[in-house]
Design a protein around this ligand. Sequence first.
Ligand code: PLP
Length: 396
Amino acid sequence: MTGQRLSEVLDGALAPCLDQLLTPALVIDLDAVQANIAATIARVGGEDRWRPHLKTSKQAVIIDLMLDAGLRHFKVATCDELGLLLRTAGSRAVDVLFCYPAQRASLTAVLALARAHAHARVLVLADSPAHLDAIAAWSRALGHTSPLPVMLDVDLGMHRTGSIPAEWRERPSVPEPLVLAGLHGYDGHLTWAQREQAQLGYDALVELATALCSGPAAPAPSTLELVTSGTHSYAHALDHPGLRAGAWRHSVSPGTIVLSDRRSHAAERDIGLRQAAFVATRVISAGPDRVTLDAGSKAIAPDVSPPSCAIVDHGELEPQRASEEHLPCRVQPGAASPELGRLLWLIPEHVCTTVNLYREAVWIRGGRYVGVGPVGASGHGCGLPDTSLVKPPREG
Ligand SMILES: Cc1ncc(COP(=O)(O)O)c(C=O)c1O
């Protein structure tokens, strides 16, 4: 493959199935996924220091690669992600943080999944002291009496979830059946450049952990885990002396890093990430100085300001604001427009929300098409059993 442009490699991989391939399509390079997993494990210093968030990958095939690489600690945000992980892990004992403030319905689902996978350790997240009490009360009401590990969500300045350290200090103990398992401090508001600010947040987290571990009935630091940082701040956390040196276990939790996207430049440079997720698209319309691709906001997530993607090896095409199924691109003056039907490759600005738009992914490995499979945890299931009185009309 040396000397070949990325778009040529990708074109070559899908050449055998191009006549059937409907676009837009999510395409995952499994070699790149595997390389990113290995590079991240090496960078963080071992499998136990990485608790990847599965919100990015959402696919059993990728979870399987993570498990094969020796990863056993994970983070999820939805019951669908939790179910997918537990089913994929099978008899492999995993440790998973349900990293979202559970409400009674989601706690019910989480506990049911935990019961059905007894060899897995499932942890929940408490948003505030009041939420801690609510989780404990709901657990008891649901008949869950065995110890349920809980992490306290600490707001380190993102102001999205969690409570500030001072609030948690006032609640040094947790009610039964909960057992304090650690602290969670996610600083997704910070960038690679904001090292000092990140480290101040970790100082506060370490101070809180130290305070919670002092006193006669306090947990031993060795029983706690401090979970921090995603793709844009893990480097700051790995260097933090207090996180590293404590008797607790410290882990970072980047998720985007597995697939990479346009926003992961710093991590890409730091550990040599490879782009593993693409959207295959075709030119469906051409006008003067403009081509339109079949990859609108239902194919590339629009939760960033335009452009929401880059076009591999086509710097002369500038993606504009997308509509639902259309992505108009300006053709730079003097440049040739790609012909109608031409296959192009997009790299999303935000891969996590883009993956979530797809029911299935096309896999390539060794520069070849190797299959297609479900994005098993995309979207949101409602959790209700299928007892509908309204029968959907039979198709066909
Ligand atoms: C709580 C939490 N942890 C970890 C992550 C992973 O961060 P990243 O996507 O930057 O890798 C996220 C991302 O949204 C998150 O919300």
